[in-house]
Write a protein that binds this ligand. Structure first.
Ligand SMILES: *Cc1c(COP(=O)(O)O)cnc(C)c1O
Length: 379
């Protein structure tokens, strides 16, 4: 049985809404659907302001501008993440300081952050890997004590919570992604959550090319002007029309994924008890969104062979990030100065199994039984 790694979710209303947007004659990025999306994201997350953007990468770029990052500033980030968590700050001249990760969640190891803080540190960037919250209490304590800002990369964290609060709403800002590979999608899209009210005005200016056009749209001024740094970070109505249809079923999509995630965990439990694989351990403070189901094996060779075995059975799997501190760009920037052993090991031994909202128990049985077959076991 062929099992895709991912299948995009649909609510069935996407085309209706895109048609509506076209009929409205207003396709630029400040129309009715943008408003609908921002209200919906605000309701779900509880953020003070939710600005939909062209991507999570754009939202992170905006956050770096809002933090006034400049040459010589340092930014603490986990090495096990997507490049955008880092590039946003590097673009403004900052130097990334990479931190190792926890073996249970693959999130930043919060116990190692304090020792990385210097008087040049400007921002800590926790990345909520797989939609499982980082240890935000500890991270916010460190940030407060050292007077640094926190920008949460919550690209994978939509509809996921830490201690009952939505991911991306703990730090000064948070960034969400609606990329086609995420749980709720717009093809390409994202949002900047602003939790510090003093940043909100500038965030709107920066999103609209550094102008106060928002005031003009609101009818407060009759001519808009250049007031800040900025770029083109606002998505078209075609995108927000699609996203609006997805946001209506965000909770349903999350519930379906969580059910699939729990099904894998239960089906694979015998293999875990037998010591063949390890799965993620979700801290009790976290209500995750099942963005990723990964397994770890005891060696890179085993994981590679398992992936090839599953491929022969038409089951698509994926590894994930190459730790950034060992990438060519990190070497060029001179910030790969020390080994980060947990990330280096787990990056090679982890494998992501197929998961999407519409995956069926039959498909999951086939995946789980195939993983067992690789280890010569029967479930
Ligand atoms: C997907 C992802 C991004 C980038 O999101 P885009 O919307 O594609 O820009 C950034 N960080 C993490 C952790 C991601 O998973």
């Amino acid at each position: 049985m062929k099992v895709n790694f991912n299948k995009i979710p649909t609510s069935g209303r996407e085309l209706d809404y895109i048609k509506k947007a076209m009929e409205s004659g207003h396709l630029q990025g400040d129309g009715a659907f943008l408003k609908i999306c921002e209200e919906s994201i605000g309701k779900i997350t509880g953020a003070k302001a939710s600005l939909v953007t062209t991507s999570c990468t754009s939202a992170l770029d905006m956050s770096a501008l809002l933090c006034n990052i400049g040459a010589g500033d340092e930014v603490i980030v986990p090495t096990y993440t997507f490049v955008s968590s880092v590039n946003a700050f590097v673009l403004r001249g900052a130097k990334p300081v990479f931190c190792d990760i926890r073996p249970d969640t693959l999130n930043i190891d919060e116990t190692q952050i304090s020792e990385l803080v210097t008087n040049r540190t400007k921002v800590i960037v926790p990345v909520h890997y797989a939609g499982v919250g980082c240890e935000m209490d500890t991270i916010m304590d460190i940030a407060k004590k050292s007077g640094v800002k926190v920008v949460e990369d919550a690209a994978q964290g939509f509809c996921a919570y830490y201690k009952g609060r939505h991911l991306g709403t703990f730090g000064d800002m948070g960034a969400l992604s609606f990329h086609s590979t995420k749980n709720v999608i717009a093809g390409e899209g994202g949002a900047l959550l602003c939790n510090d009210p003093s940043l909100v005005d500038r965030a709107y200016f920066i999103r609209e090319k550094g102008t106060n056009r928002i005031r003009f749209v609101e009818g407060k001024i009759d001519k808009y002007t250049w007031v800040d740094y900025g770029s083109s970070y606002i998505p078209s109505e075609l995108i927000t029309a699609f996203l609006a249809a997805q946001l209506e079923i965000a909770q349903k999509l999350t519930d379906e994924r969580v059910a699939a995630w729990n099904y894998y965990r239960d089906r694979l439990a015998p293999l875990e008890r037998a010591g063949k694989i390890t799965t993620a351990k979700i801290p009790s403070e976290c209500k995750h969104n099942a963005h990723i189901f990964f397994i770890l094996t005891e060696s890179a060779e085993t994981t590679k062979a398992l992936s090839a075995f599953l491929k022969k059975r038409e089951i698509a799997t994926n590894s994930h990030y190459a730790p950034l501190h060992n990438c060519p760009m990190a070497k060029q920037l001179g910030c790969s100065d020390r080994p980060l052993p947990v990330a280096e090991k787990l990056a090679k031994t982890m494998l992501r199994l197929p998961i999407y909202s519409s995956i069926t128990p039959d498909e999951q049985d086939w995946v789980a039984e195939s993983v067992a077959a690789f280890f010569g076991e029967k479930l």
